[in-house]
Design a protein. Sequence first.
Length: 272
Amino acid sequence: MTRKELVQALETKWGVKANYLGVPSCAYEIYCEAGNFLIDRHGVVRDQTGREYSAEEVLNQPQTEPAEEPEPIGWEELPLSGYAVELPLEGHTAASLRNLINMLASKERLLVSAFALTRSLVDSRLAEELCKRSVEDMESFQAVWSEFGDGHCLGFEMNFEKQTMAVKLVKENMAVEEMTAFLDLAVCMNENARKLKYSSFKPAQEDNPKYAMRTWLLRLGMSGDAFKKTRKVLLARLSGSAAFRTPAEEEKHKARLLARKQNLCEEDGDVC
């Protein structure tokens, strides 16, 4: 099986689109229910820990029946000039709700910058307490929420009577494209929170915000043309490079391209 055939087989099996990383690695990334896999230029498959898999191993990973994603209930206009994506609690557990809150806490600074917000999204104490305490069921989750979440989180709201929750942005004069991007993001975060075993609340690396946001969006499954506009909106205000984590990596890449160009010129007998 060639590398191209392997990538296509994995895309078909998991119903996802592989992300081509380009030069210099020429590798493909695939984020799926079985995990995150990298297929290098030689067709070697590795997971996020570096463990190698044969084509047969990764293709034979068990596949669970995909849960039907509940449709967002809709937009809600907020008293503080903002918008919310309201979603049903159906399909969630205490662990998956903690995952969602941890995502918001971990990526808060990125989201605040991406949407040019002036207010925080969640109270960090909520994520910390959910991590410290034994939150194994909805009753214990509600106890922590009533103490640290209810009324303390502008970016997240829960209504246990109506069995709904809302991921919110507080911002005046929000553009339509920002609303659309936020809707896409909220739905993908909700879906991933239910699938993940655990999501950390520790802040994301901030030395290159644009790269951190891009890689997170890809992990959420927001790759391909379907989310192209959303990615553009979410990356527009962030500083840094989307392609390279550090300036050193970018300089090495430029040097390799220059060396390759010079080698080609020498082979052709041209002067570069």
